[in-house]
Design a protein around this ligand. Structure first.
Ligand code: AMP
Ligand code: GLY
Length: 423
């Protein structure tokens, strides 16, 4: 069969790599892809938001299955466009992707269906939000309603900071129309865990857990990024917590979407905080996480194509997911200056050091190829994933691997998996 993957980052490389192992797949296309993906798939130069061109391509090439990576095409309805043309595509429709694209929607859903999350209020005027801040407990969390590349969340330590935050989001519109509405939320503490949950709209199949490291600098300092490294499984996510979350969060969320006439088919990414009072939802996303996919998919034993098809066909209950009994750590190699200003176009050296190794996969996030050489082409450049018998070994190997790759202005966090030392 022929598979098309939409996207061009580390997550899409991980999806492509996993799909390439399916005995059922003869040919993979990726739009737009990147240089790493290009080693496994034919990259097609169509932007992820040009839904009509993507669907035309899928029709003309006879694509049997399309898998969507990023949030924006989902939020803008790529699945609806494909389905209208009779094409098979894995991901939620626009009316279900709203669980990620509107935080106000997600919060109201959780309240209505009793899904544990932080207490909150929503606002559509800056004046009302500022009035509310006067009586708040601090710190407090401000969230722009819409998609903001993971940057629309501000944690404010006092009233003055919070007022500035409201101005930034709602008046200066730093995140554009995403800031038309605002969620003000109670500040919580505890370990954060990401769980990616397959769903066919009725049944759920949660994957193994992961932990992201969102801040740019060591010790969780500096601005948030798309993610600087991940580990899997999370040492905090016990079997008891998993059972609780299946019963009180994952299944109720899928049931709630169905009850609202917004059947959710795809991967529901649940961002959890494990508080003293139990697990609470920080956010829902409507897709695989990045770089979570770079540690979860290498541990997945099932054929990803079969799981996606079972979701589309509403028979996920026939599938039992299983994961390797090892651990994975992914360290992101970025361009110095990310997530702000950075340079690109530098040659990447040393990739051959990890080629052919069973215990390493290097996922490309932003690379291009010129005259046979790989060049940096964005902020997050590569993800070095290492597999070990446990998290300690995986972390050690991930850094050994990351140190074997070189490019000018290479930057990485040195403390991915720091939590392992405090257990
Ligand atoms: P989100 O995009 O909603 O996951 O938020 C981004 C990051 O902000 C999360 O990964 C948390 O580290 C932090 N965060 C979000 N909501 C809260 C909250 N209610 N309390 C504490 N931290 C939060
Ligand atoms: N790693 C966080 C995300 O994919 O949103």
């Amino acid at each position: 069969m022929k598979v098309l993957i939409i996207g061009g980052g580390g997550r899409e490389h991980a999806i492509t790599w996993k799909v390439s192992q399916s005995p059922r797949v003869d040919k993979i296309y990726c739009a737009p892809g990147n240089a790493g993906i290009g080693e496994l798939a034919e990259c097609v130069d169509i932007p992820v938001t040009d839904h009509d061109a993507l669907a035309e391509f899928a029709l003309s090439e006879g694509i049997d299955l399309t898998i969507v990576g990023p949030d924006d095409p989902l939020a803008e309805g790529v699945v609806d466009v494909f389905e209208a043309k009779g094409l098979r595509i894995f991901g939620p429709r626009k009316n279900a992707a709203v669980i990620e694209s509107s935080k106000v929607f997600a919060k109201n859903l959780m309240v209505k269906y009793n899904i544990p999350t932080a207490a909150f209020e929503t606002f559509d005027s800056a004046g009302d939000a500022m009035a509310y801040l006067k009586a708040c407990k601090y710190p407090v969390v401000l969230k722009a309603d819409g998609l903001a590349y993971g940057k629309g969340v501000l944690i404010c330590n006092d009233y003055d900071e919070a007022v500035k935050g409201v101005r930034t989001i709602m008046e200066e519109k730093k995140f554009g129309t995403a800031g038309n509405r605002l969620v003000i939320e109670e500040y919580m503490t505890g370990p954060e865990v990401s769980v990616l949950v397959f769903s066919d709209g009725t049944h759920i199949a949660p994957m193994t857990s992961a932990q992201d490291h969102k801040r740019i600098f060591d010790n969780d300092k500096g601005p948030n990024t798309g993610g600087m490294g991940t580990l899997s499984p999370s040492p905090f996510y016990t079997a008891v917590i998993d059972a609780y979350c299946r019963k009180h969060i994952y299944q109720p969320a899928i049931d709630a979407m169905k009850a609202e006439g917004r059947e959710f088919v795809g991967v529901l990414f649940v961002g959890l905080m494990l508080t003293q009072d139990g697990p609470r939802v920080l956010e829902f996303n409507a897709r695989f996480g990045d770089p979570e996919a770079q540690v979860v998919l290498p541990r997945l034993k099932n054929d990803l194509v079969e799981v996606c098809e079972a979701c589309i066909d509403g028979r996920l209950n026939e599938i039992e997911l299983s994961f390797d009994d090892n651990a994975a750590v992914c360290v992101i190699l970025a361009s110095e200056g990310y997530p702000e200003k950075f340079e690109k176009g530098y040659e990447i050296q040393g990739l051959e050091n990890l080629e052919g190794r069973q215990d390493y996969v290097v996922f490309h996030a932003a690379t291009r190829k010129e005259n046979g050489r790989f060049l940096t082409n964005g902020g997050r450049v590569l993800g070095v994933t290492a597999i070990g018998k446990d998290l300690k070994e995986a972390r050690k190997k991930a850094y050994e691997g990351a140190d074997k790759i070189y490019f000018k202005n290479k930057y990485m966090r040195r403390d991915i998996g720091r939590v392992i030392d405090n257990l």
